[in-house]
Ligand binder design. Sequence first.
Ligand code: S0N
Length: 282
Amino acid sequence: MDDEERNDVDWTPVGEFTDIAYEHNDGIAKITICRPDVRNAFRPQTLVEISRALEYAREDPSIGVIILTGQGTKAFCSGGDQRVRGDTGYLTEPGTSGAVGRFHVTDLQVQIRRLPKPVVAMVAGYAIGGGHVLHLICDLTIAADNARFGQTGPRVGSFDGGFGAGLLAQLVGSKKAKEVWFLCRQYDATQALEMGLVNTVVPLADLEAETVAWCREMLELSPFALRASKASVHAAEDGLAGIQQLAHDANLLFYGTAEAREGREAFKEKRRPEFERFPRRA
Ligand code: S0N
């Protein structure tokens, strides 16, 4: 199967990007890292564009689920582009996005984690280094049978002590997570499934069809219940930030009640709110 044959859906491209493609079809947004010559390694521009695309998908009420993937069949993502790694983070030319050295991926990881719609990693080929952390952060991972997973930090003089270590340890256990980081081995799709790193493994030829089928299954379900389920899983893991997400979601719903509306209307009408009309629930 060549790279072009993965398209099973009639995707509509949206927006102007250089490093990624943003497409959608019938409630599903697909964000593709388009740097196959470097196994879809990300430079700052790539991460800035993914972030913009995620914001599009978040703000578009017709979108219910987001797929993150890499162009071609050889790699999902091989992490930070080592050619633009400087002494203060990742750099590009002055005047462009990412000209100030930093880890743009820090904010992107949190953005995916907080995004109130499910994000599905569709992995063919390598998910390595920072690319492996990206799939970890996604809510679900559908892997092709040619997928390979691993961290390379200690080999290239780097480490990811946030989700890259902590979330990995939660998923596969502390000993296995240390093995992944200490030995920098690669794990095939079957091993990844056994470890609990991915949700399912499918033949490469079926990857997009199967991922889209999972997305369509989610699109049949209550969007707010999906949103609250994501926030609920993260609530304990993410401490106050996790509780904040869940609590603000509860507040979103509360805004729609007569009781909350009474507070708002009383303020606007400069009168005392009549909260005694509302039950003090047991
Ligand atoms: C992915 C691998 C295993 C694929 O091997 P394969 O198929 O044999 O292909 P290659 O011939 O090796 O590669 C093809 C071409 O692609 C280039 N390339 C591949 N990966 C990268 C990359 N990450 N950056 C730049 N170029 C890359 C190759 O050089 C080759 O080019 P040509 O054809 O010109 O020779 C294999 O390629 C591999 O192991 N790649 C490196 C994986 C890696 O080490 N990634 C970086 C790991 N670190 C991070 O991702 C850090 C991320 C980060 O931002 C961060 C976050 C939190 C805290 C810290 C950091 C931090 O930066 O430190």
